[in-house]
Design a protein around this ligand. Structure first.
Ligand SMILES: [Zn+2]
Length: 220
């Protein structure tokens, strides 16, 4: 399992609204407190326009909501999030810059895509709101990009051995980044999160029912 206790209080932050911004004791958005958080102020975002018909499935706001649900210590290294068009035929969904491990990139993807092939052992299409072997609904792709790909890349930013001579040993490797993503997705989805965008929760019962009722056998 991912050794989260080495990094932060494992419990998700309480007392926050749907944007990850803190609420005061009356449930009112504390704007000054939110803006004074240097991590949020310093986090940079960049977007490059995708070519052809590719699209960015998630945006700055989506990432900020997700980060707001995580303990600050888990993303204290993060300095920038980029949305670019370097998926190379949907082979790369996201990556971190190897040196320094301070930036995460998420890649634009085709408007119709199935990501079953990108799943790891133990993951299912249904977890994200899609059917195995079929094109995925946009919402399912967005869930996967945020609550697996982004969390996986954030996992690579976690310091494992500060004194290790190489970045490869200093930071989480593939196995740990994967475990980090699975663990935090499960934690965040174990409780209902009040937000207008369903991307931040697992598929609802009605979404699952609609998916099961679909019979059109589109190709993967
Ligand atoms: Zn990785």
């Amino acid at each position: 399992m991912w050794p989260t206790r080495r990094f932060a209080d494992p419990s998700p932050p309480a007392g926050q609204n749907g944007d990850g911004a803190p609420l005061n004791r009356f449930g009112v958005f504390c704007k000054s407190s939110y803006l004074s958080n240097p991590m949020r102020m310093n986090l940079k975002f960049s977007v490059s326009s995708p070519r052809a018909d590719r699209i960015h499935y998630v945006n700055e706001q989506d990432v900020r909501v997700l980060l707001g649900r995580l303990p600050d210590a888990l993303w204290s290294r993060l300095r920038a999030v980029h949305f670019n068009d370097q998926s190379r035929g949907a082979r790369t969904l996201g990556y971190v810059t190897t040196r320094g491990r301070r930036e995460i990139t998420l890649c634009a993807l085709p408007p119709r895509i199935g990501l079953t092939a990108a799943l790891h052992k133990g993951q299912t299409s249904e977890k994200f709101g899609a059917r195995r072997g079929h094109k995925w609904p946009v919402l399912a792709v967005r869930r996967f990009m945020l609550y697996y790909v982004f969390l996986h890349e954030l996992g690579h930013l976690q310091l494992i051995d500060e004194r290790a001579p190489s970045a490869r040993r200093k930071f989480a490797d593939e196995t740990l980044a994967h475990a980090f993503a699975i663990e935090w997705c499960n934690r965040l989805w174990s409780e209902s999160f009040v937000h207008a965008d369903p991307v931040h929760n697992p598929p609802s019962p009605s979404e699952n029912a609609a998916l099961a009722a679909e019979t059109s056998p589109s190709q993967m």
